[in-house]
Write a protein that binds this ligand. Sequence first.
Ligand code: ADP
Ligand code: MG
Length: 413
Amino acid sequence: MSLSSGLPVFPGTISASGRPATLGVMGGGQLGRMFVHAAQRLGYFTAVLDPDAQSPAGLVSHHHIQTGYADEQGLRQLAALCDAITTEFENVPAGALQALAASRPVAPGAAAVAIAQNRIEEKSHFTASAAESGALAGVSCAPYAAIETEAQLAAVPAGLLPGILKTARMGYDGKGQVRVKTAAELAAAWAGLKQAPCVLEKMLPLKAECSVIVARGWDGRIVSFAPQRNVHVDGILAVTQAYEGNMPAALAQRALAATHAIAKHVGYVGVLCVEFFLVDDGSADGALVVNEMAPRPHNSGHYTMDACDVSQFDLQVHAMAGLPLPQPRQHSPAVMLNLLGDVWLDADGRARTPDWQAVLALPGTHLHLYGKTEARAGRKMGHLNITGADIAAVKATARQAAAILGLPGLEDI
Ligand code: ADP
Ligand code: MG
């Protein structure tokens, strides 16, 4: 079917069969939950496909198809219920998205999701986007080598060490990554990863990290949020700073242009996040390096829920349904603090309740919890958005909240 047939899907429409306009999502994690909330606010019914009976999105959706992502019957059920379908999880099999696309608009499409699923393809795509558009001029990938065979392992240039070995597939939040200093450590790390296809990336001296979130419609129109600056702790996002001056203006412009080029190159439809490193190359600002992309809303865009007139989840709904894409406007500076399971555990690993009373007494705090009933160290349980009249006030509140909750990553704020 053509890309846009069946679109737009207007909310609140009752079809001839009596079925209300329904949007579907593959995956039932917190991103799916926030998508469901945004879709429902507009008046859509929602359907979630996720195997977990307690999935955060499944718990709040009109329909929850509780089955695996490749289950053909489940996919048929999802297609029958929905007018358009998106994904919140990049490791959904591309074949499942392809099958859904035979009868329903699916955004983002299987091809774009497949690229994001594989670091080797992702890097080739970044390079190809750069060749096609001048917009990536001066923005490169980290030096890397693909390691899929013993011969490739043996041929790794010494200049890539020390480096980070990353599995080509299924990595997230620093999982599937090993830091290596020598060829011997590299060989041992690859064996430890069961010789799965990997990339070895040179370890770069990071000054900072940032990300750019854009939404692209079926008609090719792109709208974007300003680049946000991110602090990771142990490979997991801890803090996002979203305000004027969070990074040098020239680099912010370049990151934005590069993200537009990347989205355009693959004919992307939906919300896309591209992560960048700001590398210390001796210059005052540093150099931009493109790291990876996520074919969905992103943890670093959660501040948009409270600091912008249109959130990244609103844009996901608009893009997939073929509604007009409004250019979002940020009305408040913001800091987002990620709340991992550690916040619910004391030093001995015993369960505790965080001091919400004190946190919520702080001005401009917006608590978002994902409905997960089991806290584990490193598990994303929620986030706290902090907004305020000016940057200094937001930073001060963020520091106070972090002190109450024992959160890391605020040292440079
Ligand atoms: P994930 O899919 O887990 O997010 P990333 O490639 O984004 O994987 O790596 C997670 C974090 O590890 C990054 O945000 C960054 O802090 C650090 N990191 C990754 N690659 C490099 C690198 N080549 N040099 C320095 N730090 C890196
Ligand atoms: Mg990352």
